[in-house]
Design a protein around this ligand. Sequence first.
Ligand SMILES: Nc1ncnc2c1ncn2[C@@H]1O[C@H](COP(=O)(O)OP(=O)(O)OP(=O)(O)O)[C@@H](O)[C@H]1O
Ligand SMILES: [Mg+2]
Length: 328
Amino acid sequence: MNIIETQGLTKTFKSRVGKGKEAKVVEAVKGVDMQVRQGEIFGFLGPNGAGKSTTMRMLATLLTPTSGHAIVVGHDLAIAPEQVRERIGYVGQAGGTEESLTGMENLMLQAQLYRLSYADAKKRADLLIDKLELAQFATRLVKTYSGGQRRRLDLAMGMVHHPTLLFLDEPTTGLDPQSRARLWEEVRKLRDEGTTIFITTHYLDEADALADRLAIIDGGRIVSEGTPDALKRQIGGDVISLGFDAQNGARDRAGDLLRAQPFVREVRQAEHGISLIVEGGDSALPNVLRLLDGAGMPIQTVSMARPSLDDVFLRLTGHSLREAPEGA
Ligand SMILES: Nc1ncnc2c1ncn2[C@@H]1O[C@H](COP(=O)(O)OP(=O)(O)OP(=O)(O)O)[C@@H](O)[C@H]1O
Ligand SMILES: [Mg+2]
């Protein structure tokens, strides 16, 4: 069953730069169609400015779409936003905790906002503190928390009212690897207990490791949707990366030579060399080495790998997720 279904979801911002000036129009989301299934971790992957937060904020009833339709937890966003709001949790990119209160006080406040009685709020807060292992610092002011502790509290805040669907906007940005891994574990646990998670990220490894399925968004448009494996399989073949001495122009000559080979499907410039997408890497690799050696082009490094989500992104958009221009 689909817990989210959108058709042509669009958001256009108009902002006036100054008095009397022309309004500036930003098409942040340009007709998004997607389906999120109940019980999955759905990753929403894209570079800065791709439209991830804007899409998420529309689905979470915090922004009104300019056009298009969406059904979220069984209700039409435009007709029954209240019903949607009751059944979803939302943790924004900046978090939603009050710095000058303790973690416990924040949870209590949130629970009471959702109209729980004091006693029920206390019960719920205690349970979440236990579940997300916040006990060590729950009675300290939030402003003293580490980044990872803060994000775990954010997660608890989003869970206070037992949402069936939880929206997390870049929950691990800025965290060290250990805290990220920890948060991934918490997210998986929530999924295993039946909560559907919609999570935005611009980390390829995060989308790869965490998402059951994902959509890639670039410039306000979905460019692909599927499981990480299926997306990588679309590329087919293997990726061979070759490093050359930067000085002698070998990179360009090698590129030309390899491009002409029937088993080479694609040649791209990489930082210190080139990368190739080839059919059957195991047999292609010795051929590549023999060719370059025969042409007197010394290679400094060579490696082979299965396609990554970055290769998928590059193929679909023409640019690497890492180097996608800000606001493009
Ligand atoms: N309130 C607003 N007014 C005008 N433009 C906006 C507004 N909110 C977002 N935008 C623009 O819409 C585009 C998409 O923004 P959005 O925040 O959805 O991107 P994002 O994918 O979440 O990026 P990031 O990874 O940096 O969080 C950007 O160009 C942004 O500047
Ligand atoms: Mg964002």
